[in-house]
Design a protein around this ligand. Structure first.
Ligand code: GLY
Length: 487
C-alpha cells in the first residue's frame, strides 16, 4: 500500500496527526504522535538502543535543545545552513530555488550552486511562481535555524539545534575522560532537532521539528584502515550505489573496502551494523540502498557521505545520513572556545568522526508503509511483533454470563507487563480486524469454555489461527511472542 493509506490509518487510529489541528491556521511541518505512534516510535528507539548502542558498547547522552550562538558559529551552521530561496514579487510566497528548477528540468539541481548560478538557471528555464505565475525575485540564502533570545534582559542569542550531534561534540571531552574511553569511541543521542524548512510536506517525511537518533564515532584517522571489529561484518552484504553509477549492486563489506568503494574498515563496519538494525525493522533489505553522495549533495561538514535510503511509494527516501565529518567539528569548537580538545591515543590526536544520523520519524513512516498489507478481507500492519504498538488485546466473546469480569481480570494481570487493549464492543470478527490494522500480534478471547476450564483462545495476527491456552500460561506465551530478538 502507499502513502495515502498509511496517512489515513495514522489519522484514524491515532499514530500521528498535525499539531494544533483544531486551528485552521496551524503551522505546517509540526506533527504529534498519538498513543499508538508513541508506542511504535519508542519501540523503534529501543531496537536502535539494543542493536546499535548496546551491541557496540556506545555511550548515550541527552543534550539541551537550545544552544548558544557561538556553538553554531563554530559548527558552521550560522554561515552554511542556509537554503537558496526566491520570493514571488506578486503573491509573496517563498520557494526553494533549486527545487523549482528541478521541477522544470526533471533532474537533480545541487543546492550548493551559487546564487548567481541558480539565477542563471531560473532565467534560462523561464521559472515563474508555481502558485500564481508571478515574477520571481533574485535568489537569496535563508538560514534554517530557529533563533531565540535567552533571558529577560539583553537576551543572549541562541538557537534551537538543527542537528542533535553538536551536543555530542561539546560533551565528548568530558565523556571520554570520565567514562574511561579509548578510541574509537562512539557517542549516541536521541532527541529533537529543528529546521525552518521552506516547504515542509508529506506528514512525517519533511518536518520542522523532528526526532533524530545520531551516533558519532570518534576515531584515530591513522588507525581506521585496520579495525578489529571489521571481521564481524566482512561477509555482510550491502546494496551499494556508487557515485559514478545509476544502479545499486550487492557488495560484501570485504569487497567494498578492497575495491575502494568504502573508504576504510571502520566506516564499513558501522554501515553494516546499521543495515543489520534495519533488517530487524521488517523493511526488506531489497528495498534499501546505500547511495554515495557527490560533493554537491553532501552537507558542508562532510568529506564523504553515504545516504541509507529506502524505496517507498513516494520514491527513494533518505533514512540515515552517514557522514565522514573528519575533525571539522572538534576543530571548530576548539578554535571558538579556546579549549584544547585533543586526547591521548598513543600520542596526542584530534579525533576524526564518522556519523550515522538517523531520522526516527521517517523510519517510523517507512516501517508502517512496508508492513501495511492489504489481504483479501483485511488490512494488516505486519510489523515484527516486538515493534507492535499494542502487544495484546483482550476480548470477552460476549458481554454477559461473567465473561467481561474474567476478561477484565486478565487485562489487569497483563497491563503492567505489556501494552494491552481491552475491547468489548462490536462483533468479535470486527474486533480482530481492528487489531490487525494496528499490528497487534495476539488477541486473547474469553469465551464460555473459559468459565469452565480456565482456558482462553489466543489468536495469531498473521495466521489468524487460534490456540487454546491456560489462563496462567498467557503471560509467558505473550512474552515469548513480543520479546526483542536476542543474539
Ligand atoms: N547530523 C547530521 C544531520 O543532521 O543531518
Amino acid at each position: 500500500v502507499g502513502y495515502e493509506e498509511v496517512a489515513k490509518l495514522a489519522l484514524e487510529r491515532c499514530f500521528f496527526f498535525p499539531a494544533a489541528e483544531i486551528y485552521g491556521d496551524a503551522l505546517a511541518g509540526f506533527w504529534e504522535y498519538g498513543p499508538l505512534g508513541v508506542s511504535l516510535k519508542n519501540r523503534v528507539v529501543e531496537l536502535w538502543r539494543r542493536e546499535m548502542v548496546r551491541r557496540d558498547g556506545m555511550l548515550e547522552v541527552d543534550g539541551s535543545v537550545i544552544l548558544p550562538e557561538r556553538v553554531f558559529a563554530a559548527s558552521g551552521h550560522l554561515r552554511g545552513f542556509a537554503d537558496p530561496v526566491v520570493e514571488c514579487l506578486r503573491c509573496g510566497s517563498v520557494h526553494r530555488a533549486d527545487k523549482l528548477i528541478e521541477q522544470i528540468i526533471g533532474a537533480l539541481v545541487p543546492e550548493k550552486l551559487s546564487e548567481k548560478e541558480l539565477d542563471g538557471l531560473l532565467e534560462k528555464n523561464q521559472a515563474r511562481c508555481p502558485k500564481c505565475g508571478g515574477q520571481l525575485s533574485k535568489t537569496r540564502r535563508f538560514n534554517m535555524m530557529f533563533k531565540l533570545g535567552v533571558g529577560a534582559r539583553e537576551a543572549a542569542p541562541a538557537y534551537l539545534r538543527p542537528e542533535t550531534c553538536q551536543s555530542i561534540f561539546l560533551d565528548f571531552p568530558r565523556v571520554f575522560r570520565t567514562m574511561r574511553c579509548k578510541l574509537p569511541a562512539a557517542l549516541a543521542q536521541v532527541g529533537r532537532s529543528f529546521r525552518n524548512e521552506i516547504s515542509p510536506r508529506q506528514g512525517l517525511i519533511r518536518l520542522r521539528e523532528m526526532i533524530q537518533a545520531e551516533i558519532e564515532i570518534f576515531f584515530n584517522p591513522a588507525k581506521a584502515g585496520d579495525y578489529h571489529k571489521f571481521r564481524l561484518v566482512e561477509d555482510c552484504e550491502l546494496s551499494i550505489q556508487p557515485l559514478d553509477s545509476s544502479e545499486r549492486k550487492p557488495f560484501s563489506c570485504k569487497q567494498a573496502v578492497k575495491e575502494g568503494l568504502i573508504a576504510n574498515e571502520l566506516i564499513a563496519y558501522y554501515m553494516a551494523l546499521l543495515q543489520q538494525f534495519y533488517d530487524k525493522t521488517g523493511i526488506p533489505g531489497s528495498e534499501m540502498r546505500y547511495r554515495e553522495m557527490g560533493a554537491e549533495e553532501r552537507a558542508f561538514y562532510a568529506e564523504q557521505g553515504w545516504d541509507l535510503e529506502v524505496r517507498t511509494s513516494l520514491g527513494w527516501l533518505e533514512l540515515v545520513a552517514c557522514n565522514y565529518r573528519t575533525d571539522y567539528d572538534l576543530r571548530g569548537h576548539a578554535r571558538e572556545s579556546g579549549r584544547d580538545l585533543a586526547i591521548m591515543d598513543e600520542g596526542k590526536v584530534l579525533p576524526h568522526v564518522f556519523e550515522l544520523s538517523m531520522g526516527i520519524d521517517r523510519t517510523v513512516y517507512s516501517i508502517m508503509e512496508h508492513s501495511l498489507t492489504r489481504e483479501k478481507e483485511r488490512l494488516v500492519l505486519k510489523v515484527p511483533p516486538y515493534l507492535a504498538p499494542i502487544q495484546v488485546a483482550v476480548f470477552p466473546l460476549v458481554n454477559r454470563k461473567g465473561l467481561p469480569d474474567e476478561a477484565k481480570r486478565i487485562h489487569n494481570m497483563l497491563r503492567t507487563s505489556f501494552d494491552v487493549f481491552y475491547d468489548d464492543s462490536g462483533s468479535i470478527g470486527r474486533r480482530y480486524r481492528r487489531q490487525d490494522e494496528v499490528g497487534t500480534p495476539c488477541c486473547v478471547t474469553v469465551d464460555y469454555q473459559t468459565m469452565e476450564d480456565k482456558t482462553v483462545t489466543v489468536r495469531d495476527r498473521d495466521t489468524m489461527l487460534q490456540d487454546r491456552t491456560g489462563v496462567d500460561a498467557i503471560l509467558g506465551h505473550i512474552r515469548e511472542k513480543v520479546s526483542f530478538p536476542s543474539g
